[in-house]
Design a binder for this molecule. Structure first.
Ligand code: ADP
Length: 293
């Protein structure tokens, strides 16, 4: 079946936050693509112009560590977003018990994640929904951030579909506190949680509700302001005790990515300049990274 005269529809890849994702062949280029069908349900007039303008901006975001938005068009009342097809994602890598992740592999995955963030943050685009299954892995081993900017265009997806609860584990404290103003620090926090997850091979802070999420953060990192609320003060356990086999450089970077105050939290750009990335071992070349069978 053809979509918009150009794409030959193949199998469904999965149900995502915004709708069904299916595989297709772009008959114009022969490229295998993934098409995200976004329900436009409530908006009777079709796609609003703000969304279209924002999507046009996303089409301009081209970087080796950002998944390319190849095309976007309305079809039968749904908005279709066409992306390059990706083989795997970081969640599959972390979960695969047959995969051993060396310190160099972890460094490489984090470096590619931060490079994607730096590129988008430079253009003032936030991701806002970073999690391991949004970090897709191409056939050549490059990690690419997916769904950039969609959270802002289509609204925060978290409460709309139940499977989205996992996004909570990567949510920065300022978001959990309901901040209306926030910045690129929310993506750095999430990248810090993903860094920790690569080290631990399980999600770092698994809250079952937003309040519980804050509790999990405080239990791991201590409460933020002992001066204002002495009775609630929980001295932070040394991060070292939670990550016994991790290098000092890695832990230093992790603690800076998980700084409470978004103003003092390290930026993606500064994080890439951290000595962790220049100390041994060197990050694994993407083509040599382990991948799920
Ligand atoms: P979520 O909203 O839960 O992050 P997505 O909408 O991103 O889910 O994706 C739904 C499914 O489609 C997932 O199984 C994902 O692996 C797959 N998928 C999404 N984008 C691509 C892509 N570019 N290439 C291959 N598979 C993809």
């Amino acid at each position: 079946k053809r979509v918009a005269d150009r794409y030959l529809k193949r199998e469904v890849l999965g149900e995502g936050t915004y709708g069904v994702v299916f595989k297709a062949v772009d008959t114009k280029t022969g490229q295998i693509v993934a098409i995200k069908k976004i329900r436009l349900g409530a908006q009777k007039e079709g796609i609003n112009f703000t969304a279209l303008r924002e999507i046009k901006l996303l089409k301009e975001l081209k970087d080796p560590n950002i998944i390319e938005l190849i095309d976007a068009f309305p079809h039968k009342g749904n908005l279709h977003l066409v992306f390059e097809f990706m083989e795997s994602d970081l969640e599959a890598v972390i979960r695969d018990r047959n995969i051993v992740l060396s310190p160099a592999d972890i460094k490489s995955f984090l470096q590619m994640t931060l490079r994607g963030l730096v590129f988008c943050h430079r253009k003032w685009v936030l991701h806002r929904d970073m999690k391991p299954n949004n970090l897709l892995i191409a056939a050549d081993g490059q990690l690419k951030l997916a769904d950039f900017g969609l959270a802002r265009i289509f609204g925060s997806p978290d409460r709309r579909f139940t499977h989205q609860v996992f996004a909570r584990w990567y949510r920065a404290p300022e978001l959990l506190f309901g901040a209306k103003q926030y910045g690129p620090g929310v993506d750095v926090w999430a990248a810090g949680c993903i860094f920790a997850e690569l080290l631990l091979r399980r999600p770092f802070l698994q809250g079952v509700s937003d309040i519980d999420q804050l509790g999990k953060i405080f239990a791991a990192l201590g409460t933020p302001t002992p001066a204002q609320w002495p009775d609630m003060f929980v001295p932070p356990p040394p991060l070292r005790s939670l990550f016994p086999n991790t290098s000092d450089d890695a832990l230093d970077l992790l603690s800076k990515m998980l700084a409470y105050d978004p103003k003092t939290r390290i930026s993606a750009h500064q994080a890439l300049d951290h000595r962790y990335f220049t100390s041994v071992p060197a990050p694994t070349k993407p083509a040599l990274l382990p991948r799920p069978a």
